[in-house]
Ligand binder design. Structure first.
Ligand SMILES: Nc1ncnc2c1ncn2[C@@H]1O[C@H](COP(=O)(O)OP(=O)(O)O[C@H]2O[C@H](CO)[C@@H](O)[C@H](O)[C@H]2O)[C@@H](O)[C@H]1O
Length: 645
């Protein structure tokens, strides 16, 4: 009897070598969760293994293997699952199948086993570095680009999953299936209905959700469908403000996300119970609480782990205490979400300040906590940066880490960016000034290649220090510079941008709105990017800027301080080092003096400026780097016992 081994991890190399001494393998295929990998070998050009029964639930499930031989002919073989192979961590790394068509019909290719294990290439032919231990990872998030994005959360949850999948993990991203009735909806056209209806119990009744799915770039993108996600606006609100039922919408998301690994046979079989949930921000923060309060007592998800990823502590999902009953949690778990506002924050004398805080629920139930930079992981344990949660976060310091975000270096690449008119690189910067001229023309500013052009991109929000810019603009406009701002948010500042545009016609442009192509053109066309954020968990725009040779001037806080190194002209024997300027304290004066230093360097010290640009452009911003650090955190999560078992 021959067995067909479906290989799924790099550790298969040694595994197969030893196994082949004892058994005969018909062939080997790197089947990444039922999807295709190209396998380099002499005898098999491509092999597809798929489940016939729709998911491996028992050891008797039937499989069919289609082998495409060198002559291009396909040979189909039926097989039964004999058993699963697991590695030392207990992860399933392969299945042994019994051929139903008889051993004599299946040839043994021992050499294939060794060859295929040596080189793993993706569909585009790139060799992939693989992780040592593979996990089944479930991202839960309110946004994932390109399907949905209002800010950096969408960027991260659209890129990090791909980086982790390409390192060999099985990765699912669960987010709502928003339909806004806008062109954005077309991003969901490839997501197909899985015909899996599930009832989740919250808000005093059963809510039926369904799941849509797209497999793209090695990731299972899962969209939870519910009528409350279908409305104009953005994921959180519309022109009139935040939606009043966001607690409901994201509670449904969390319940559905907990069911997804158990019920969705993606690529033929479910993710199962031994998975790792990454709950992003407050919208997903009910997930660790549900695991602890709803699943663990029934022995479900005993071996799962959860990591809370904090992108922004300022938003916590706080609602009146009476809404606790909406969550579908046992009454005795109230304490996990209980939150009492300090006296000064209460609205009237009879206000007891009692509330529920969803993010707090995750802080006290998740196995580990991550923030998106090291600096921010410390700041949130301080009174100034903790938004009332610093004591709790300090109490969990032993499981709190920071990993700096990466960026999508394919989307943000000045040498190939589809949104910019001219391309350039650190070796040939000539295209950058062309981008600047193109931007000045597009914005109707005087075309002046030598005039310093300063940019700002971001939400018009207290966090982003937009008030500081507003104070500083009159003084800034006295200098011979141009300034362009792209952003939307607070109405007051949108209006101020419009007014400033008419006050400083030759110098100021304010683009109100959310526009990704323009954000690329501003990043490429400006000389300086200003980020006076009051706090910044990581910040992505300064990373995009540096990759585009645009010099960041930032407030020294959180991820900005971690990623921007202030220029020192005397370092390296006078050659200089640094990639921009950080200023502190957060005041108009210190921001203006950092900006003036940058402008002076741009005008009078061209060689230094070129050095700053090039050092920024040459840094490693890939997600690969961050993914490796995430893996370390995953390892720690599984070494420890579940925090709440
Ligand atoms: N008007 C506009 N038009 C087009 N694009 C626009 C735009 N306004 C913003 N963007 C884009 O949205 C993203 C914003 O990302 P940031 O990381 O700078 O901030 P955000 O506060 O949203 O993210 C939070 O989460 C991220 C991710 O972890 C952290 O980096 C960050 O510190 C934290 O506050 C960037 O891709 C930016 O280009």
């Amino acid at each position: 009897m021959a067995s067909l081994h479906i290989c799924r991890t790099p550790s298969c190399q040694s595994f197969l070598k030893s196994e082949n001494k004892r058994r005969s393998f018909s062939s080997v295929v790197h089947a990444d969760l039922g999807h295709l990998w190209k396998v380099r070998s002499k005898n098999v050009s491509l092999m597809l293994v798929r489940s016939v029964g729709g998911g491996i639930q028992s050891s008797q499930d039937e499989f069919s293997a289609i082998e495409k031989n060198g002559d291009g002919k396909e040979k189909e073989d039926k097989a039964l699952v004999l058993g699963a192979e697991t590695d030392e961590s207990g992860s399933v790394i392969g299945f042994n199948l019994i051929s139903q068509s008889g051993a004599e019909e299946i040839e043994s290719h021992e050499d294939v086993a060794v060859d295929t294990a040596e080189e793993i290439v993706d569909a585009e032919g790139r060799e992939k570095a693989q992780t040592r231990v593979k996990h089944s990872i479930v991202f839960v998030t309110a946004e994932a680009a390109p399907y949905s994005k209002t800010g950096g959360l969408g960027d991260v949850c659209g890129s990090l999953p791909i980086a982790l999948a390409s390192r060999g993990h099985r990765v699912m991203v669960v987010s709502p299936r928003y339909l806004h009735g806008s062109p954005q909806d077309k991003n969901l056209v490839n997501a197909v209905d899985l015909n899996c209806r599930v009832k989740v119990y919250c808000f005093g009744g059963a809510q039926e959700v369904s799941f849509f799915h797209e497999y793209r770039e090695g990731v299972d993108w899962v969209f939870v469908d519910h009528p409350s996600y279908h409305r104009p606006g953005n994921p959180y609100g519309d022109g009139r403000g935040a939606f009043g039922d966001n607690q409901f919408r994201f509670t449904v998301l969390c319940h559905a996300a907990c069911e997804a690994p158990l019920v969705l046979p993606l690529g033929g079989y479910t993710y199962g119970e031994k998975c790792l949930f990454l709950a992003n921000d407050w919208h997903a923060s009910l997930v660790p609480v549900l695991l602890a309060a709803k699943y663990h007592p029934f022995g479900v998800y005993k071996d799962a782990r959860s990591v809370l990823v904090i992108h922004n502590l300022a938003h916590q999902g706080v609602e009146p205490a009476v809404t606790y009953k909406n969550f579908g949690l046992p009454p005795e778990w109230y304490g996990a979400l209980e939150w009492v506002f300090p006296t000064w924050a209460r609205t009237h004398a009879l206000d007891t300040g009692e509330a529920v805080n969803i993010l707090k629920g995750a802080i006290v139930t998740a196995d580990r906590i991550l923030t998106v930079s090291k600096g921010y992981s410390w700041e949130i344990t301080t009174v100034e940066g903790g938004y009332g949660l610093h004591e709790l976060l300090s109490s969990r310091r032993s499981v709190l880490n920071g990993v700096t975000n990466g960026i999508n270096v394919s989307e943000w690449d000045p040498s190939s960016d589809e949104h910019i008119a001219f391309h350039y690189s650190a070796d040939d910067l000539s295209g950058k000034v062309q981008c600047k001229i193109a931007l000045q023309k597009e914005l109707g500013l005087p075309v002046r290649p030598d005039c310093p052009l300063i940019g700002f991109i971001g939400r018009l929000d207290y966090q982003k220090g937009i008030d500081l810019i507003r104070w500083a603009v009159p003084e800034l406009m006295e200098d011979d510079i141009q300034f362009v701002m792209l952003g939307s948010g607070d109405r007051l500042y949108e209006e101020w941008m419009r007014v400033s545009e008419s006050t400083y016609r030759d110098k100021f442009r304010g683009w109100v709105g959310f526009n990704v192509p323009i954000s690329h053109r501003i990043t490429a066309g400006c000389d300086i990017l200003l980020m006076p954020s009051r706090f910044e968990p990581c910040g992505l725009n300064q990373l995009y800027a540096m990759r585009y040779g645009t010099v960041p001037v930032v407030h020294g806080t959180g991820g900005l301080r971690d990623t921007v190194q202030t220029f020192d002209p005397f370092a390296q024997g006078g050659a200089g080092e640094g990639t921009g300027w950080t200023f502190s304290p957060l005041s108009k004066e210190s921001m203006l003096s950092a900006l003036r230093l940058a402008i002076l360097t741009y005008r009078d010290h061209k060689a230094s400026w070129d050095g700053i640009m090039k050092r920024g452009m040459q840094r490693d911003y890939t997600w690969e780097n961050a993914a490796i650090q995430y893996e370390q955190v995953f390892e720690w999560a599984f070494i420890d016992r579940p925090y709440i078992s």
